[in-house]
Design a protein around this ligand. Structure first.
Ligand SMILES: Cc1cc2nc3c(=O)[nH]c(=O)nc-3n(C[C@H](O)[C@H](O)[C@H](O)COP(=O)(O)OP(=O)(O)OC[C@H]3O[C@@H](n4cnc5c(N)ncnc54)[C@H](O)[C@@H]3O)c2cc1C
Ligand code: FES
Length: 508
């Protein structure tokens, strides 16, 4: 098993995922010189890697630029179910956006699942891919009718969904939606293999290469933190929440951070994949490790930067121990994904006035099958191939009724933090214990101060480099997290995840 610390995805990640610890992947060199290509892909998660593969397969000259390591973002920290059943989604999509949209959503997800299975087959990828039934269940009598409604709506959307009332879980459920033929896998074993296949087709892959600026044009001009310039006919920004956001995606989505643990049980691990209808929901699946079968438990989501992660880790473990005979919790980690205001991912143009720059975001914590189809939509756009799903997911769509209330709420929430977090911080760092951090000072002079294990104070500007909200200390992961749009920074100020592109500045 790879040493956790040797994985550069570990930058800023105090808790590495089981996936990152058990699949090292091939290391790719940083980009040190300028180059020209048909297409540049920024970001090496499921969207970026799959898009680079498809572009190379389509005959384009392509370069993929990844700030950290391939899979260092959400894709390396997911629960890795590959499925078209997404909790209670279809009934709500159908009622807000119509049956046709719900059908397209199901079709794109089914196609993503099929594409993953066929790549695994064609390239003999060993990634613990197992076909499993996926369930959305309710424990309460009140949830029974929503579960039945979801099964009906999922069937109308084209999935072979059924309603059942018994699961192989050690606690009672009132009802569940069941869809067979779904899958689980090891996301990083898969991703590394697809990246290698893209490389074999001629794609250039550069890790440790953070992009810091992008200008549209013919060609577009990309500059990396190290100063290399890439000139590309098309650019796919696959950075999770897009950087260089002129389409105001940060205002049409909100990031949710969730927690995951891998537990050894006394007794059998349930066979299927499960998601509860609770708020926040809990997610379960089995994982085949080199030490035997383990149970993965996920949940306790909250808006990024707006809760105490240490408390959420404790709550998740308590939830698991109440329901299962847990012998030991062996791994734990956290990650986040972006939730769209109107329930649909955004896939297509990043900037309103050019077709040369595109993105995929807001994959709603279901980005593996959908991210694979998103990569197809984006790559088809570059290769000039018509794609039947593109209009449905276009970021240029307007769904004022479905998205309006949430849009206003999300932006009011970010606005509240922009103002309130400037007023409510402590005045001195003198009482910080080693390992503790806090925002100190007031107004424009607020600093993010951390006392390291040797007792030294490290001081950074507390102003997020995205749009200026004040970061907060994440005591569990020891990072600085922004409550507005989800940017996260390591203790030395380095960006862990965007939309910020630049790190927090050092302050004396
Ligand atoms: C707790 C949790 C559980 C989940 N479970 C599931 C699941 O079971 N099934 C499922 O389908 N989905 C699941 N998801 C969602 C899924 O993991 C994500 O939607 C998906 O991985 C997003 O992929 P991505 O390629 O868009 O982003 P990422 O994987 O985050 O990739 C973006 C990449 O861009 C890089 N990057 C960022 N900025 C720059 C820059 N300036 N220059 C260069 N590179 C940059 C990052 O380092 C990163 O590697 C889950 C999400 C969460 C939060
Ligand atoms: S992420 Fe937008 S202001 Fe911090």
């Amino acid at each position: 098993m790879a040493e956790a610390r040797s994985h550069p995805g570990a930058i800023g990640n105090r808790f590495l995922s089981y996936w990152a610890k058990s699949a090292e992947g091939r290391r790719e060199p940083p980009l040190t010189e300028g180059l020209e290509c048909d297409a540049a892909v920024i970001g090496g998660g499921i969207v970026g890697v799959t898009a680079a593969f498809r572009l190379a397969q389509g005959g384009a000259s392509v370069v993929l630029l990844e700030a950290r390591r391939i899979g260092a973002g959400a894709t390396g920290f997911t629960t890795a179910k590959v499925s078209s059943l997404h909790g209670l989604t279809y009934a709500s999509l159908e009622s807000s956006l119509g049956e046709e949209t719900a059908r397209t959503y199901a079709e794109a997800n089914e196609a993503g699942l099929a594409e993953i299975a066929s790549l695994i087959d064609e390239h003999s990828i060993e990634c613990d891919f197992r076909r499993k039934p996926n369930f959305t269940y309710s424990e309460s009598e009140a949830g029974r009718s929503s579960v039945h409604d979801e099964a009906d709506a999922a069937r109308r959307a084209g999935l072979a969904a059924t309603a059942v009332d018994d699961l192989d879980l050690p606690y009672a459920v009132s009802a569940a939606v069941r869809v067979d033929g779904q899958a689980e896998f090891h996301p990083l074993k898969y991703l590394h293999a697809v990246a290698a296949a893209a490389g074999d087709l001629g794609a250039r892959i550069h890790e440790g290469t953070r992009v810091v600026s992008l200008d549209q044009g013919d060609p577009c001009r990309i500059v990396t933190e190290g100063g290399a310039v890439v000139r590309a006919g098309h650019v796919i920004v696959a950075t999770h929440l897009p950087i260089f956001d002129r389409g105001l995606f940060f205002a049409r989505t909100h990031p949710e951070r969730s927690y995951v643990l891998l537990a050894k049980l006394r007794g059998e691990v349930p066979h299927g994949m499960y998601l509860s209808d609770e708020r926040p929901a809990h997610s379960l699946r089995a994982v085949s490790t080199e030490d035997g079968e383990r149970l993965m438990v996920g949940g306790e989501s909250h808006k990024s930067g707006q809760s105490d992660p240490a408390e959420r880790f404790r709550a998740l473990e308590a939830w698991a121990r109440e329901r299962f005979d847990v012998e030991a919790v062996e791994h734990r980690w956290a990650t986040q994904d972006n939730m769209p205001a109107d329930g649909l991912p955004f896939i297509g143009r990043l900037w309103p006035f050019t077709e040369r720059v595109s993105t995929a975001t807001a994959l709603r914590k279901w980005g593996l099958a959908m991210g694979t189809s998103a990569a197809k939509i984006l790559a088809d756009g570059v290769l000039g191939i018509e794609n039947g799903w593109a209009t449905t997911f276009s970021p240029m769509r307007l769904h004022p009724i479905a998205g309006g209330v949430d849009f206003v709420k999300e932006n009011a929430n970010a606005g509240f933090h922009f103002v309130a977090d400037r007023l409510t911080r402590r005045t001195s760092a003198s009482d910080l214990s080693p390992g503790e951090g806090a925002v100190v000072g007031a107004g424009l002079r607020q600093r993010a101060v951390y006392r390291d294990e040797s007792g030294e104070l490290q001081s950074l500007s507390a102003r997020c480099t995205h749009l200026g909200c004040i970061v907060g200390f994440n005591s569990a992961e020891r990072t600085w997290d922004c409550p507005c749009h989800g940017s996260r920074f390591a203790l030395d100020g380095t960006v862990i995840e965007g939309p910020a592109v630049h790190g927090l500045e050092s302050r004396d």
